[in-house]
Design a protein around this ligand. Structure first.
Ligand code: OSB
Ligand code: MG
Length: 388
């Protein structure tokens, strides 16, 4: 396969509700979209998850644009690849970091391959992940899942009662996991209020987005009282050793998000016992190739994984839903329906969730499984650049 043309489009999409995490707030997403055309004529879209500011990861939409323009697009345009599995190594050769930029290209190549091979994206990924493990006859599922359970990620609110209302509504809508964003000073009393209002059976978790230090271990141990499914990324991204020390003092499983930049970090996590669950965001780890390796590593280690979200548009959602259909994605993903984020999404049909909290995996046709509203993207674009 060969990539012949890429057009970068930056659009702005206002969120229906502002989204606050420990390190910042977003009112409007600046979203970088890639329109990719293969030598045979196949065309598809991919989305870069980088935000406007470096508060989640060092990358931003502007560093991504630079990396694509200067280093990444020149080495993939016009290059022949045996398949999408081969793209990640070429992007990684002598270019450190810039994983979100790499992922946007690499994942687009998987979608082009799915068109060229006539397979839905979920099926293509399934074949790739199955091929990685030995077939010992214990494969539990012959196909990717046809539906994936959905979790709601709730931004930090001004008061516990406001959070309780959002959590209550989320549970009533059918969400199968409720994630409470926390930060120092906005943690235990928020969690206590939600647990008290929703009862003992509600599947609750928290995400600190790296806002604590090991000095907070005693305070974080208070969260053990609330029967949480997990505590996501309490400490700094590079603090694997300290996550291990913290995990020793907590009964609640730790889940790593920001710390897991690739399969090597999963190996470190396992060796150090720094966490028991992994959040996979394909954009954070450099694409589907590394995501598949993490999926398979975690399967072998009996560590559950789930698919995180980055407030994606319906294009990014297509990739995340396909990934989350793989066998070891056993916990609900941050895969909320389009209407939760946007007045109107840029795909047709929009992404939806049923009353039991499932999103359907589209497997009727090759590619993303949704149509992209190109005319609207052109209308919304504030910056466009073509590469051939
Ligand atoms: O840590 O998972 C996170 C959004 C921006 C940055 C970091 C995170 C998030 C989310 C969003 O939790 C989840 C979603 O897309 O619904
Ligand atoms: Mg997170």
């Amino acid at each position: 396969m060969k990539l012949e043309r890429v057009v970068l489009h930056e659009i702005r999409l206002p969120l229906r509700q502002a989204f606050r995490i420990s390190s910042g707030v977003v009112h409007e997403r600046r979203i970088l979209l890639l329109e990719l055309t293969a030598a045979g004529g196949a065309t598809t879209w991919s989305e870069c998850v980088a935000g406007a500011t470096p508060n989640y990861s060092p990358e931003t939409i502007d560093t991504v644009w630079l990396a694509l323009d200067q280093w990444l697009l020149p080495r993939v345009l016009g290059t022949s690849f045996d398949g999408p599995e081969a793209v990640s190594a070429v992007l990684g050769q002598d270019v450190r970091g810039h994983r979100m930029a790499k992922a946007a290209v690499e994942m687009g190549m998987w979608a082009l391959a799915s068109l060229e091979r006539g397979l839905p994206l979920a099926d293509l990924l399934y074949l790739a992940c199955e091929g990685r493990g030995e077939d010992d006859g214990t494969q539990s599922e012959p196909h990717p899942r046809s539906r994936v359970p959905v979790g709601l990620s709730m931004g930090i609110q001004d008061s516990p009662p406001e959070l309780v209302e959002i959590a209550r509504a989320g549970l009533a809508q059918g969400y199968r996991k409720l994630k409470i964003k926390i930060a120092p000073g906005r943690d235990v009393h928020y969690v206590r209020a939600v647990r008290a209002a929703l009862g003992p059976d509600a599947p609750l978790m928290v995400d600190a987005n790296a806002s604590y230090s090991l000095d907070d271990a005693e305070h974080l141990a208070l969260l053990d009282d609330f029967d949480l499914v997990m505590i996501e990324q309490p400490l700094a991204p590079t603090d694997l050793l300290r996550h291990a020390r913290l995990q020793q003092r907590l009964a609640t499983p730790l889940c790593l998000d920001e710390s897991i930049t690739g399969p090597d970090k999963v190996e470190d996590m396992l060796a150090l016992e720094a966490g028991r669950i992994v959040n996979i965001k394909p954009g954070r780890v450099g694409g589907f190739g590394p995501s598949l390796m993490i999926h398979d590593l975690c399967s072998a280690a009996e560590v559950p994984v789930w698919c995180g979200g980055m407030l994606e548009s319906g294009i990014g959602r297509a990739y995340n839903v396909a990934l989350a259909s793989l066998p070891n994605f056993t916990l609900p993903g941050d895969l909320s329906p389009s209407a939760r984020y946007w007045e109107r999404d840029i795909v047709d049909p929009e992404w939806t969730m049923d009353a039991e909290g499932w999103v359907r995996v589209p497997r009727e046709r090759p590619g993303l499984g949704v149509d992209v509203d190109r005319a609207r993207i052109i209308e919304l674009a504030v910056r466009t650049q073509e590469y051939t």
